[in-house]
Write a protein of this length. Structure first.
Length: 178
């Protein structure tokens, strides 16, 4: 049983050279190498099943990247006609072969806010009029809200920022244990 004929892929000489260079380049990410090879195989006339078999990937993966390339081909050809240089064309091709943005909620806190929270955690709590010698997650959350660094934050988020900051552990703990 045969399926629909896959979209035909035609490459300019410059596009082929760039794709082959990306596929051979030692510093290319493996996903970029794989996607370059998919487009090259498709341009050589292989259908999606043949591409999948040769590259040991799923047929759906071959189809996805064939269609993405076909959708971007007119813009790439136009850029070449307008005299784009090889470096910029390479960047355009890498963009075509890059992952699309993934769904999901954006981060709630900006890097600057996280840095300020960590900076407050490094201060002596007594300088902020807090009792004790160490910050608790609750006190630190209250303090950064009071200073206007964030409008709201949970003690758990504060703890997560401090653990994930990659900072070396201070000689004394920043947060008091419960």
């Amino acid at each position: 049983m045969s399926g629909p004929k896959p979209t035909s892929i035609e490459l300019t000489m410059k596009q082929r050279e760039i794709l082959e260079r990306l596929a051979r380049r030692e510093t290319s990410a493996q996903r970029l190498v794989r996607r370059s090879n998919i487009v090259l195989e498709a341009a050589d006339g292989a259908n999606n099943a043949q591409v999948a078999r040769r590259l040991r990937i799923r047929r759906g993966t071959a189809r996805t990247w064939r269609e993405r390339w076909a959708a971007a081909a007119p813009a790439l050809s136009l850029a070449e006609e307008e005299g784009i240089d090889d470096k910029d064309l390479t960047e355009l091709i890498e963009q075509v072969l890059a992952d699309e943005p993934r769904s999901g909620a954006p981060g709630v806190f900006e890097a600057e806010q996280i840095a300020q929270i960590i900076a407050v955690a490094c201060e002596d709590p007594k300088e902020s009029g807090r009792p004790g010698t160490h910050w608790t997650p609750r006190e630190l959350a209250d303090e950064v809200i009071k200073r206007g660094i964030v409008t709201s934050i949970s003690p758990r988020s504060v703890g997560r920022f401090l653990k994930g900051s990659g900072l070396e552990a201070p000689s004394e703990p920043l947060l008091a244990e419960r």
